[in-house]
Write a protein that binds this ligand. Sequence first.
Ligand SMILES: [Ca+2]
Ligand SMILES: [Ca+2]
Length: 314
Amino acid sequence: MSYMIEKKALPLALIIVALASLLILGAPAQPPMPPCWFYGTVSVEGSPAQDNLNITVAIGGTNLTWATKTRNGTYGWTAMGSSSFYIPSDDPTTPNKDGGANGDIIEFYVDGVKTNATEIFEHLSLKRVDLAVGPAPCWFYGNVSVDGLPAQDNLNITAVIRGTNLNWETVTKNGTYGWTAMGSSSFYIPGDNLTSPNKDGGVDGDMVDFYVSGAKTNQSTVFEASSSKRVDLAVDFTPKDEDNGGNWLTSNLYLWFAAVGIIIVVSAVLWIHRKGYRIKVLKNKEAPNLTHALQFLKLSQTTSSSIATPSNRT
Ligand SMILES: [Ca+2]
Ligand SMILES: [Ca+2]
């Protein structure tokens, strides 16, 4: 019995010793370091990236890269539907660099285009890095009123970058423009492509003016990349059909009052002046006649009294 036990125990003990020595000898000098995870949104020219675009991360100064795909405008964001994504740590048992080390600078590419985003590698970290490529536009939307009423459909709305001849157009719908929730089409000024020398879009701080059917509104705003700005537009047009006369008269009532007032004053002055002139003429020209008339009156009075005397006597 005891022999049997020894015969069985010997290889078991040998196996245990072998395994233990293997573990001790084969174990790395230090345990493998955990990786660094990355996730975030991806936008292309200001809009969420389409699915299956390549997202590549590189350790700066090396040719080490790792890649994943976009999903629902994100990468590495499992809650948003994209796959978990990480850069493994450098394997310290291999002499060549094959992963990240604390402090490594990580660069990000969207479909091969380098982004401005960079991040630092840190073991056992989950880092959010949102990625954007292409010039980001500025969106505009709002109500449009003409003569105080909601604008009719299909009026031209033009946004102009002040001091340039750069303009972008859309049309009204349901008294609005650029307001998708209200039925009008999305409207934006693209960002200036900085790789081209000519100005072909907005940069932060550009003043933007708005026109309705070619008529300049009093509304203007400032271009801000990646933002959506509400700018309500209002214009007054001088109407052109039959009820326009009435509108014109109403809107120019003060002008009419002023005109009538001026006519009254001028007439009064002329009338007074004319009257004064006639009085003057009377004094100068008819005064002698008046004297003659008085003399005649005196004369006739004398005559009549001389006649009356004898009649009284009779
Ligand atoms: Ca290594
Ligand atoms: Ca440009």
